[in-house]
Design a protein around this ligand. Structure first.
Ligand SMILES: [Zn+2]
Length: 229
């Protein structure tokens, strides 16, 4: 779940637009404090913004560990306490006799942190889409090919071991998840899986598959076909 309660320092209110602050809250999920690594628990998380020059890192912390504020370069903890969550399942594709299934792995790669840059042309904004687009991922719709990897660079590495999939996407991996027999079969039959990455959709908080697909339809999940190695 995106954070619903957030302690935000005055300086952040002045330096980030309301739109950017809302977007940040939408892309952050309350789990562990990014300073001490322990669960944030029942208290409202405090938003810290680390100014790293061309980008900002927005993180959730206990207010007592790192009070909400705008921090200069080099004062952050650089992601050692970040959490990720995933779901691995079977996705029906097509209609009627053309119907088949794809194994689909959806991951939220960093729950308690998100990066912003100014490359969207409208001040600071969350850069998840720009980051993953540059790595060959696309939102659901016309741009997406669900059957093969289309980008020039190498795809993330996906490996099945028993009923567990391991995915190494470089900086943000490896991720792993176990799956039911149908999903493993679909993964073997198609020789790969559809990898979906999102910082808005936290997959373990979704009630069901339809919930996840609603996020995909809304353009909040960036997808790519990844072959098994
Ligand atoms: Zn803490």
């Amino acid at each position: 779940m995106a954070v619903t309660e957030l302690l935000v320092a005055k300086e952040i209110m002045t330096r980030l637009s309301q739109k950017a602050r809302q977007e940040v809250a939408f892309n952050l999920h309350k789990q562990d404090c990014q300073t001490c690594g322990r669960p944030i628990g029942d208290q409202a998380p405090a938003l810290a913004v680390d100014d790293c020059g061309p980008f900002l890192s927005a993180t959730l912390n206990h207010q007592g560990c790192r009070p909400s504020g705008w921090y200069g370069r080099g004062s952050g903890t650089a992601g050692v306490h970040l959490s990720w969550t995933s779901q691995f399942f079977t996705l029906p594709v097509g209609v009627g006799s053309g119907r088949s299934s794809r194994a689909m792995f959806v991951v939220c790669p960093h729950l308690e942190a998100v990066l912003l840059d100014q490359d969207g042309g409208d001040g600071w904004s969350v850069n998840t889409e720009r980051y993953w687009r540059a790595r060959g991922f696309r939102p659901a719709g016309r741009e997406l090919n669900v059957d093969k990897w289309v980008a020039e660079q190498a795809p993330p590495r996906a490996r099945l071991a028993g009923s567990t999939i391991y995915i190494d996407a470089g900086l943000d991996g490896p991720w792993s998840s176990s799956a039911d027999l149908d999903t493993i079969k679909a993964c073997h039959a198609q020789g790969g899986l559809l990898l979906g990455i999102s910082t808005v959709c936290e997959p373990t908080s979704m009630a069901d598959l339809d919930d996840i697909l609603r996020y995909a339809d809304a353009g909040h999940i960036f997808l790519g076909w990844v072959p098994l190695v």
